[in-house]
Design a binder for this molecule. Sequence first.
Ligand code: AMP
Ligand code: TRP
Length: 327
Amino acid sequence: MTRRFSGIKPSGEMHLGNYAGAVRRWVDLQDDSIYCVVDLHAMTVPYEPAELTAETRRLAMLLLASGLDPERCILFVQSHVPLVAELTWVLNCIATVGELRRMTQFKEKGRGQESVSAGLLDYPVLMAADILLYDTDEVPVGEDQIQHVELTRDVATRFNHRFGDTLVVPKATVPPVGARVKDLQDPTAKMSKSVDSPQGTILVLDEPARITKKVKSAVTDSETEVRFDVGAKPGISNLLSLLSVATARPVPELEAEYGTGGYGTFKGAVAEALVEYLRPVRERYHELAADPGEVTRCLALGAEKAEAIASATMDRVRAATGLLPLR
Ligand code: AMP
Ligand code: TRP
């Protein structure tokens, strides 16, 4: 069995790019996988407590609505298994300030700030603790997180060298680049929650009328032919990719069907397909929103399963590092 672990930060709304590019894959690979909503990581930069609570719950609901099944995978909230803080401390005494300062994300997030929290510097150690606490073999991450997984490997290797074989040394897996979803208003930029482009970004929870409006006002070009050509026709190409993702039909087939029918008809088809693609997620989300007890139960089950793995690891770590047993 290969165990996968991945974390996602509760910040911002889930958009079509996140869903099509990452979350769908999580759902496909959910057996033997652990997925964690990393609320402790969200505290490393300034935030509002009430928003953190709401966003953590919301993201968990979105993941459940997307098809993560608490009976097949482990879905939990990071802070619900506080052992991760204990392992972070132990790893803090192995990682060096020098290597943490060299992390690209720390340099980027710290740039221009008058002061940053110690937590921001320590972010990768908390991430290493996540990964190592659960005996993880593979960590599916985006490119920007590879450096943190490499640090995790270094720290785990150093730990094992110093204290004997205790931690599983994981490796990063970068999923094959799927459809890169582009912004509808600027089809040369990727759809992103950091870019302030509300009209160009389709949110997973957008109502059908809103999705339709955004697709109908998507930027295209002054020709009339529906043809895939990212260089000359980035807008139409993006819409073709989206229609392909939403209908699981290959692009050439779609070009043949919509090639000469005009942009209006084509956009109508894209809008309809995206509405249907996201409908089950939105509907399931609203069911969960009406049944908060169910969400709490799912997360409690996840935390319980995660805790069982974590406490076995921590027992090994305590014994290896020489901490005095309580009994
Ligand atoms: P972010 O929260 O922006 O770091 O995105 C989380 C994950 O969602 C990334 O690692 C990507 O796999 C995926 N993702 C984000 N934006 C897009 C996009 N425009 N197209 C495809 N995948 C995306
Ligand atoms: N740092 C990751 C990100 O920003 C989120 C994360 C936290 C994570 N802990 C993790 C990812 C453990 C993989 C494994 O996307």
